[in-house]
Design a protein around this ligand. Structure first.
Ligand SMILES: [Ca+2]
Ligand SMILES: [Ca+2]
Length: 452
């Protein structure tokens, strides 16, 4: 049992009864009785992936239980699932008997949220733990005035950005005990900050998809995915990684494991070989086999106008010819050679605005590692960096995406050679250290990737 050292003092039948009655009597004195007998554990991190259930991945005793009959829907990651919550049905998840410790310490709460139909006159609960509705004793992460809102009760912080409906967004709430600071982050950007004392609550049932700071239930409306608790104050680098790094392959030891936060491991289509890389090992492609997926993992690449960055090392080892380094496609057939060489070995990076658009690079030198950094935003359009330095650009435009999650092929286009810009084919050479972000990295960030 991990449910607390004194839990045995409460009869099992009472715990069962209290659990059943949780929804209507969460503030009843009998619940306080049950929870005061449970001691908060030290929990370094916890993760609720909501992959068709409410279980926690790393610990015992902090699995979620669903209330009100929520359903599950497509994940922001394309695999697993996300929980779908309907506000009018008071659907949410609660965690009992173990107490998630938020008190007197630094912590970070992160989640992916997909809000549907929010009104500025309502609050929408994301995560909470409410001992009593008094100052510093009722922790809540909610949406208020359609902005992120993070508070301990009468010690609260509202973010500055209005949330967008019907799109996945990454949120993070940080309390830093060392600096005495609350922060809210939206999509990897700091959205608000204030000084605050630590949360004081020692007990209370932790809830996801609903909060109780108003004294009654405040439910979410929409989808929530991959909720994470960490007992440290994450910094801007860590939150940028969690919110914006879509995938990272080091290819070390020939591995296709994703070393980013999302677990989007790739699949070899044909036989690929591990070779000496620019950073440890790389993958050698021999004009046919490529790397891809059996599903469509990249939600943000399918959203028109959404910023992105891809970065990689390339070393062609064959002869100068049209070859695909990075190919992007959707199930609809939408397809563009994002990173490709022409028949004479000239690098081009490409996007789509209803017609082809992109930037032209240098001839890739055979048998030499070149770092390619390709960023996109609506204001800057495509920027192409070679070995960490800006080389060329497209001018501003709005990326016209497929409207559905995309997949990538690395090292080939699997017969899609006619896709924009109308040349491609299989790659002969090595690729290393592939990164995909759902934001436009800065010149300094690209320079850092090009100088490992
Ligand atoms: Ca999930
Ligand atoms: Ca490597």
């Amino acid at each position: 049992m991990t449910s607390g050292k004194n839990l045995s003092l409460v009869p099992r039948s009472l715990i069962r009864a209290l659990t059943i009655c949780l929804c209507s009597f969460i503030y009843s004195s009998s619940i306080i009785l049950a929870t005061t007998t449970t001691t908060a554990q030290n929990i370094p991190s916890a993760f609720w992936p909501f992959d068709n259930n409410a279980l926690e991945l790393y610990n015992t005793g902090i699995d979620g239980t669903v209330s009100g009959g929520p359903t599950y829907t497509t994940s922001v990651l394309g695999y697993g699932a996300a929980i779908s919550l309907t506000r009018s049905s008071s659907q949410y998840v609660y965690i009992t008997p173990t107490i998630i410790p938020f008190n007197s310490r630094s912590f970070t709460v992160e989640a992916w949220i997909y809000p549907i139909g929010f009104s500025a006159s309502n609050d929408y609960g994301i995560m909470g733990q409410c001992q009593t509705t008094s100052t510093n004793f009722c922790f809540h992460v909610i949406v208020r005035n359609i902005n992120l809102y993070f508070g301990f009760y009468s010690s609260d912080l509202q973010g500055g950005t209005t949330l967008t409906m019907n799109i996945w967004q990454h949120i993070a709430c940080v309390y830093d005990l060392t600096t005495g600071t609350q922060q809210v982050w939206l999509n990897g950007n700091l959205d608000g900050s204030r000084s605050a004392s630590a949360y004081s609550g020692l007990w209370g049932i932790t809830t996801i998809g609903a909060t109780f700071q108003s004294g009654s239930i405040t439910s979410f409306n929409g989808y929530i995915d991959n909720v994470r608790y960490t007992s440290i104050a994450k910094n801007s680098t860590e939150i940028l990684r969690d919110a914006n790094l879509q995938v990272y392959y080091s290819f070390n030891g020939g591995s296709l494991t994703d070393y980013g936060p999302n677990g989007i491991n790739a699949t070899a289509f044909g036989v690929l070989v591990s070779t000496t890389g620019r950073v440890d090992q790389a993958i050698q492609f021999n004009s046919g086999p490529y790397i891809s997926y059996a599903y469509y993992p990249f939600y943000f690449l399918g959203v028109s106008g959404y910023s992105y960055t891809m970065a990689l090392w390339a070393k062609p080892t064959g002869s100068y010819s049209a070859q695909t380094l990075v190919f992007v496609t959707a199930s609809s057939g939408w397809c563009v050679h994002f990173v490709v060489t022409t028949s004479t070995g000239v690098l081009t990076v490409n996007s789509w605005m209803g017609s082809g658009v992109g930037a032209v690079g240098p001839t890739l030198t055979l048998n030499t590692w070149t770092h390619i950094g390709y960023t996109y935003s609506t204001s800057n359009g495509v920027l192409l960096y070679i070995n960490g330095n800006l080389y060329s650009s497209s001018g501003s435009f709005t990326f016209s995406a497929s409207g559905a999650p995309m997949l990538i092929r690395l090292g080939g286009d699997s017969g899609g050679t006619s896709c924009s810009p109308g040349y491609g084919g299989a790659f002969t050479g090595a690729l290393d250290e592939f990164y995909l972000y759902n934001r436009e990295l800065t010149a300094a960030q690209i320079y850092a990737l090009a100088n490992p």
